[in-house]
Design a protein around this ligand. Structure first.
Ligand code: IPM
Ligand code: MN
Length: 372
């Protein structure tokens, strides 16, 4: 029996291509794993009304971790139109499978490192090494939303939050509400992971990125929890910043920052901004991590217009594969893979179009594999 069981989820579009790239390096590394193909993607929405079928969720609960490519998602009406006739008009609702995965499997933090590898022509600047801890199972992604906002609910809420009275002249049918839920449990576990990481990898600071001057309750809770946890890590500085200023400073002085921790939507935004500082989505790896399970995915989407062309940069997926190896405890293999990726970037001979080259997705993976 293989040492690891890995759910293999290519998904849609270029997800399939970058997963082939991942497999090339994993095979070269001779990882002792069984790769179990799992259904996830737009075609399952169209034919089953479920982009993430229950059988995939069950499989995920039985493996060591999952590796995921990308998935196509479309706005509400288009999603309805793509359903097979038998499923039309049944009131099926499309919800992002990746968000479901994160919440239903309690993969409560999203680890998104953004490092400027020397020689990458797309680096905004050298010496950037950011590591984002994004809360991954609550916040504005909680899915607690209202439209229209019923009178009964409004009256009830107004009792507890009088500011809602400012909207008394707006009809409930003209109002939509998305709630940001932060819990002590959610804040504690992600912030603790950020501090642990900073300590383990020698980062001198943890930056909590929130907006407590306006979002008094939710950001306020994040700040309180961070200060509490910080007491256990006196050797690390806690910096507290506001999201708006933070994105500006990240552009101005990215080399000043290291580990950052923030809520779900702020983390979504900060991680794309940070990815662009180190070459864009072609370099953005990520892991959705819980206590006993993790699903790794590059941050990029399925890029339908590039699908089938094998021109996409696989570095995001290869760096994601490196994160997966680390999480499995295969530290040597993870290091070897990162070194090989870095060497190919530095040498600059095998590059996809985004880096100014004309190599294919597979060419890059093979160049990396050759160095392993
Ligand atoms: C990401 C993506 C997802 C998110 C989308 C696809 C739901 O942008 O992983 O960052 O918003 O979290
Ligand atoms: Mn995103």
């Amino acid at each position: 029996m293989a040492k690891y069981k890995i759910a293999w989820m290519p998904g849609d579009g270029i997800g399939i291509e970058v997963m082939e790239a991942a497999r090339i390096v994993l095979d070269k590394l001779k990882l002792d794993a069984q790769y179990l193909p799992a259904d996830i993607g737009w075609e399952f929405w169209c034919t089953e009304g479920e982009a993430l079928p229950k059988r995939t969720m069950d499989l995920l609960r039985s493996v060591d971790c999952g590796l995921f490519g990308a998935i196509t998602s479309k706005p509400k009406q288009e999603a309805q139109n793509d359903l097979i006739p038998e499923l039309q008009g049944k009131g099926l609702l499309y919800r992002s499978p990746i968000v479901r995965l994160r919440q239903e499997l309690q993969l409560y933090y999203n680890l998104r490192p953004c490092k400027a590898y020397p020689g990458n022509p797309l680096n905004y600047r050298d010496n950037i090494d950011l590591v984002i801890f994004r809360e991954n199972a609550e916040g504005l992604y909680s899915g607690v939303e209202f439209f229209p906002v019923e009178d009964e609910l409004r009256e009830m809420m107004k009792k507890y939050s009088p500011a809602l009275g400012n909207f008394d002249d707006v009809a409930g049918s003209d109002m939509a509400m998305t709630t940001r839920i932060v819990t002590i449990r959610g804040a504690t576990r992600v912030i603790r992971k950020a501090f642990e990481y900073a300590k383990k990898h020698g980062y001198p600071t943890v930056t909590l990125v929130e907006k407590p001057n306006v979002l008094r309750e939710t950001s306020g809770m994040m700040v309180r929890v961070a200060r509490e946890i910080h007491k256990e890590y006196p050797e690390i500085d806690l910096w507290e910043t506001n999201i708006d200023a933070q994105v500006m400073w990240l552009v101005k002085n990215p080399e000043n920052y290291g580990v950052m921790v923030t809520g779900n939507l702020f983390g979504d935004i900060v991680s794309d901004l940070s990815a662009q500082l180190v070459g864009g989505l072609g370099f953005a790896s990520s892991g959705n991590i819980g206590d006993n399970l993790a699903v790794f995915e590059p941050t990029h989407g399925s890029a339908p217009k590039h699908a089938g062309k094998y021109i996409s940069n696989p570095n995001a997926m290869l760096l994601t594969t490196k994160m997966m190896l680390e999480w499995l405890g295969e530290i040597e293999k993870a290091k070897a893979l990162e070194n090989a990726i870095a060497a190919v970037i530095l040498e600059g001979k095998v590059r996809t179009y985004d880096m100014g080259g004309d190599s294919s997705t597979i060419d890059v993976a093979e160049a990396v594999a050759e160095r392993l």
